[in-house]
Design a protein around this ligand. Sequence first.
Ligand SMILES: C[S@@+](CC[C@H](N)C(=O)[O-])C[C@H]1O[C@@H](n2cnc3c(N)ncnc32)[C@H](O)[C@@H]1O
Length: 204
Amino acid sequence: MQEYQYSAKFYDPLLAPFIRPIRHRIITVVKRYRYQSILDVCCGTGDQLKLLKAHGFDGEGIDISDAMLSVAEKGDKADCKHQDATEMQYKDASFDLTMTAFALHEKNHISARKIIEEMVRVTDENGDILIVDYELSKKTSALSKKLIYLIEWIAGGEHYQNFKDYIDRGGLPALLSGISLTEVKRYYFGQHGIVLLLLRKQKS
Ligand SMILES: C[S@@+](CC[C@H](N)C(=O)[O-])C[C@H]1O[C@@H](n2cnc3c(N)ncnc32)[C@H](O)[C@@H]1O
């Protein structure tokens, strides 16, 4: 996949200051619920996996961009594999935490929905699903909205069209509608422009 071919190298240096507090909150959640097996879906540069490793947690990730995966190989190498998140090669119920950050808003509705369904499939019964993504509401500050639109506009093309469609459809609640998950926790970041949702898979 050609996406992120040029931006992969700059992704962490540019976005780390904004994303770091979220990455650290994820560590707090992982410590609190003592997950043993963790999958980071659309793991990008592996930044979250590297931080998990630094805190003594093993996790693995999947991503479709070779450029992002080659950054993940560098430094304290993250365990990231090349896989399409809409068709994962894992068995059902393989992980007790499946997470994804900042990936769903840039996919078209059908692909984003497929990624969530795949995340649910590979998560254990009573396991958790953690999603970080944009949530724009009346509570979101004007500055935060402007910054988010600017970042997405710079990303451009299909990415920006998909982001706008994600917002117009109603963001995560629309993507998650009809999927049987129970909310455990939610945290807001970026002046209420970003949400971290922790959801639990219900026994079927
Ligand atoms: C905005 S980046 C987020 C990366 C990382 N989750 C983070 O928190 O920084 C979105 C990532 O989703 C990946 N991606 C997009 N479509 C994918 C797919 N179908 N399967 C796996 N990864 C995909 C992209 O390659 C990119 O690395």
